[in-house]
Design a protein around this ligand. Structure first.
Ligand code: COA
Length: 703
């Protein structure tokens, strides 16, 4: 169904329209009417008569016209009957403002309503929403108080109350809105469905989303990815502190707290995650009204050394590159900077600077092709007083914006300066009272620019499966038949082998004699590990012996392993041991793939070894994946320099790490039986020498 008619209805009914000013049914109808909606309006009220001067119907079934949207503002217990009538007579969308459904545990009623509607082709927004606003159709079907200024910011919010706050704040700052929609309980339509409309809405230049959680992560990622190709998406997500440690059967599981995964995945989709409402508004308004910088060079122009230094720190924090060509900077700014100032970036105009010095410096920056963005910092002085700001800022802003460069201003001082900040923001001039706020906005613009540039190079088409997935499924099916939800080491190794991931040479042995033969076949030194489905944590059980150099050591180790494993788990069934080559030293990584309960199949990488959970140096990606995206994920871990080679070491075989992760991704997608695969450690050698999956764990999905 074309979701357009939710935002651009030709006719709208308000079920529960009331004459009582204290009721939501009044507010919604009043907003629709006073907002200038040009479609037909049908108030529905059991008493009939005029409501707000519009003739009402006692029942929606009495309306003869087609109705695109019904706004439902009646108590919960009547909602089902009302939706039933709406669906039966072909209403396309129901906006259920009413609360009292799944958010208080009343899921059954909510499902009943949605199922009935959906079966008849009616879609539901909500319940528990504040409504829909659409600038293009002059529709304010919400119970927001006061007018909403029209503009270019599209907003989707999960929290109604917070959404209302955001609208209030936007109104105070005169930030124009294009679409506003609250998704509430998301019984049917969710943020991904709504993005599909917003991405096509020419009025919307930037999307701002407040999210608490998503139900269908794969759908969400697809929708955000599609939107960010066209326009920036700024996301505020609550729940940073939540840890998704439920399925901690693997490290990947315990490290993949839903928020960490969310953070990485939305970056993968090109969305910008803001820390708080203030940051989100700053980013969204600046991105909606200003050009993206064309190149990477930023200059800071300031009349205060300290503020310049703070801005420099902020640039480092937010990934903003300062233009660093002292000779060229001197040539550009020599005329605007006094002898006791500095033309090194930050450009210090000194406390002697007044409005004209700023204008000269801005003109010089505009004229210079090497400069792409500017942070203008004003510290209030007797010379740079608040009344000079208008000349130095408003005039310069229009000129700089017209030149295609990005400028943001930071103004710091007393009351008069603060008043100017408030007034200038209402005129959409990008000013703030804090250098970090200004620089974080420039950082967001660069983050988005970079995403667009990199995106146009490669367009994530996942390579085709190049191994026999049915052979893996046969292994998992066999384990399942034996009542196991994990694979034994030899089975996991076989899976690696089928997928084409290199593992250390290894052979099973059921007796001492076989162990010695296996060790000789592989070549010393070797490692011996117990094989038992009852012993998962082998080292805790004393089930591993490393660096065995000869037959005698193998014989001794066999006896020692059997003894300590029997003591550790007397009832364990021990099938024998696994003899494998002793792997040479290299960089230890953890790589994994799992089916996330929200986002579906994901892959991960981190610094491996025993400190993996302490270091939490991990990064995640969702599908579709290509080599470029996997490399981006690898580069995100803090330990990435280890792979490039530190202290004279050679670069490691990053290509083989990419290959391994790609294969893990293929396994998890092609074998629905598997929930987690983890290689820890994956030992990575110098470039050209590959990587080896030393320890592999594969966990199967529980029924
Ligand atoms: N069809 C049409 N009108 C109906 C009706 C029906 N089946 N049943 C009741 N009405 C009318 C009522 O007669 C009343 O009109 P009146 O003032 O002319 O008598 C109007 O609908 C509202 O009903 P009322 O019983 O007065 O309810 P209310 O206005 O006190 O509360 C809600 C209704 C929906 C506002 C309330 O139940 C609710 O859910 N509030 C929370 C909303 C919220 O926070 N949503 C989330 C925001 S993010």
């Amino acid at each position: 169904m074309n979701i357009k008619y939710l935002f651009e209805p030709r006719s709208i009914a308000v079920v529960g329209a009331s004459r009582d000013k204290g009721k939501i049914g009044y507010a919604v109808l009043n907003n629709i009417q006073s907002g200038g909606f040009s479609g037909k309006i049908y108030p529905i009220n059991p008493a009939g008569g005029d409501v707000l001067g519009i003739p009402s119907h006692k029942n929606i079934t009495d309306v003869e016209d087609d109705i695109d949207v019904a706004c439902i503002t009646i108590p919960a217990k009547y909602v089902f009957d009302s939706v039933k009538q709406c669906a039966d007579r072909g209403v396309k969308y129901g906006i259920i403002i009413t609360s009292g459904f799944s958010e208080i545990g009343n899921l059954r009623e909510e499902r009943k309503i949605t199922e009935y509607a959906n079966e008849r082709g009616m879609r539901i927004l909500g319940p528990n929403v504040f409504g829909v606003y659409s600038a293009v159709s002059h529709l304010n079907a919400t119970f927001v108080s006061g007018d909403i200024p029209a503009g270019h910011l599209g907003m989707i919010t999960q929290s109604g109350a917070l959404g209302l706050t955001l609208i209030g704040q936007a109104t105070i700052e005169n930030i124009g809105m294009s679409t506003i929609v609250s998704v509430g309980n998301k019984s049917d339509l969710d943020e991904s469905d709504l993005l599909e409309y917003i991405v096509r809405d020419d009025f919307t230049r930037v999307v701002l989303m407040y999210i608490e959680g998503v139900r269908d992560g794969e759908k969400f990622i697809r929708a955000v990815r599609q939107t960010t190709r066209e326009k920036p998406v700024v996301i505020i997500k609550a729940g940073r502190s939540e840890k998704g440690s439920r399925a901690a059967a693997s490290h990947t599981g315990s490290l993949a707290g839903s928020d960490e995964v969310f953070d990485d995945l939305i970056r993968q989709c090109g969305a910008l995650r803001a820390e708080n409402l203030k940051e989100a508004f700053n980013w969204a308004t600046v991105l909606a009204n200003n050009p993206l910088p064309k190149g990477d060079n930023t200059v800071i122009i300031s009349n205060g050394g300290g503020a310049g230094v703070m801005a420099t720190d902020a640039c480092e924090k937010f990934g903003v590159t300062l233009y660093d060509d002292p000779e060229r900077l001197k040539a550009i700014f020599a005329k605007s900077v006094p002898a006791f100032g500095s033309t090194k970036n930050p450009i210090d105009l000194t406390g002697s600077a007044g409005g004209q010095e700023y204008l000269d410096a801005f003109d010089a920056a505009v004229a210079e092709d090497n400069i792409d963005s500017i942070v203008g910092i004003f510290c209030e002085t007797a010379i740079m007083s608040a009344d000079v700001l208008e000349t130095a800022i408003a005039g310069a802003y229009a000129k700089i914006k017209a030149s295609g460069k990005l400028i943001v201003f930071s103004l710091m001082g007393g009351q008069a300066t603060a008043d100017y900040v408030t007034a200038a923001r209402k005129r959409q001039i990008p000013v703030s009272d804090e250098v970090y706020d200004s620089v974080s906005t420039v950082g967001a613009a660069y983050q988005y620019k970079k995403y667009l540039e990199e995106r146009s190079e490669a367009d994530n088409s996942a390579p085709a499966l190049d191994f026999d997935a049915t052979a893996i499924t046969a292994i998992t099916a066999n384990a399942r038949q034996q009542g196991r939800y994990f694979l034994l080491a030899p089975e996991a190794q076989k899976v690696m082998d089928i997928a084409g991931i290199r593992i250390p040479k290894s052979l099973p042995a059921k007796t001492i004699k076989e162990a010695v033969a296996a060790a000789n076949a592989i070549g010393y030194p070797v490692v011996m590990k117990v094989v038992s489905k009852d012993i998962i944590h082998k080292s805790d059980a004393g089930g591993i012996a490393l660096d065995l150099e000869n037959d005698k050591e193998v014989i001794d180790a066999y006896g020692a392993i059997m003894e300590s494993c029997r003591a550790y788990a007397p009832s364990a069934v021990i099938e024998g041991v696994d003899i494998s080559e002793m792997v040479g030293e290299g960089t230890e990584l953890i790589v994994g793939a799992r089916v996330d309960h929200i986002f579906g199949p994901i892959v991960m990488i981190g610094l491996g070894g025993i400190y993996v959970e302490v270091m939490k140096d991990v990064s995640f990606r969702a599908f579709p994946l290509d080599k470029t995206e996997i490399l981006r994920m690898i580069k995100e871990i803090r330990s990435y320099p280890l792979l490039l080679g530190v202290r004279g070491e050679k670069r490691k075989d990053i290509e083989d790490v990419i290959h391994t992760i790609m294969k893990l991704g293929m396994i998890i997608r092609a074998c629905p039986d598997i929930s987690d695969i983890e290689i820890n450690p994956l030992v990575v050698y110098e470039q050209g020498s590959g990587a080896k999956a030393v320890d592999v764990r594969i966990i199967l999905k529980k029924e």
